[in-house]
Design a protein around this ligand. Structure first.
Ligand SMILES: [Fe+2]
Length: 201
């Protein structure tokens, strides 16, 4: 099948009734880990508890009452890698400065580091694992959304839909040294990693 390279109209523009927004993700974990998992999301997302008990918590960081919830399930089994289902959830920052600020804050203050960093082309993305090995992508768009159709048309993504890995310390240092976000967000030439390198948990 050929790639479709255009930004479709919104469902509303097409006269359809669709959700007003994406609301939240709810994660299940053993009851004794609820507080730890909630703390991880509060730390990573700069969130606070909207509601929290020993067995359930809602984390908010914006005007939504909860973006992530954690629910304790007695007897739940541990995460197993490699099963069909959700690969990751993603959070977009306003710019590379905010993303690198977050990378450095998590690394320096909490020893939380990404497992996999890649410039996909459309986004610059860092994949973290939460305490249950759910993958959380912190990302920034590399191009304005109105240019995405044009970008997907230029062949770069089709030629390498995975991306090029990057070193976040190097990217952070280059940004701090004054290189422009626009330059740093461009996907460099290089060999894409094998898809099997992309964590499958
Ligand atoms: Fe993603």
């Amino acid at each position: 099948m050929n790639a479709i390279a255009k930004m479709p109209k919104t469902a509303k523009e097409r006269g359809k009734v669709a959700p007003a927004k994406f609301a939240h993700v709810v994660l299940r974990t053993p009851p004794e880990r609820v507080a730890m998992v909630l703390d991880w999301y509060k730390t990573v997302l700069e969130g606070e508890a909207m509601y929290e008990t020993d067995g359930l918590g809602f984390v908010t960081y914006d005007t939504e009452h909860h973006r992530v919830a954690v629910l304790g399930f007695p007897g739940i089994k541990e995460h197993i890698d490699g099963y069909a289902g959700m690969h990751h959830m993603a959070f977009t920052y306003a710019g590379l400065g905010d993303l690198m600020h977050t990378y450095n804050r998590l690394k320096d203050e909490h020893d939380i580091k990404p497992e996999f960093c890649i410039n996909h082309g459309p986004t610059t993305s860092m994949y973290y694992f939460d305490p249950d090995k759910n993958q959380v992508e912190l990302q920034v768009d590399n191009i304005p959304v109105e240019k995405f159709g044009e970008y997907f048309d230029n062949g770069e993504f089709t030629s390498n839909p995975i991306g090029i890995k990057f070193d976040p310390d190097e990217l952070s240092a280059r940004l701090a040294a004054g290189e422009s976000e626009e330059t740093l967000l461009q996907r460099p030439d290089g060999i894409p990693p094998d898809l099997t390198e992309f964590p499958a948990n």
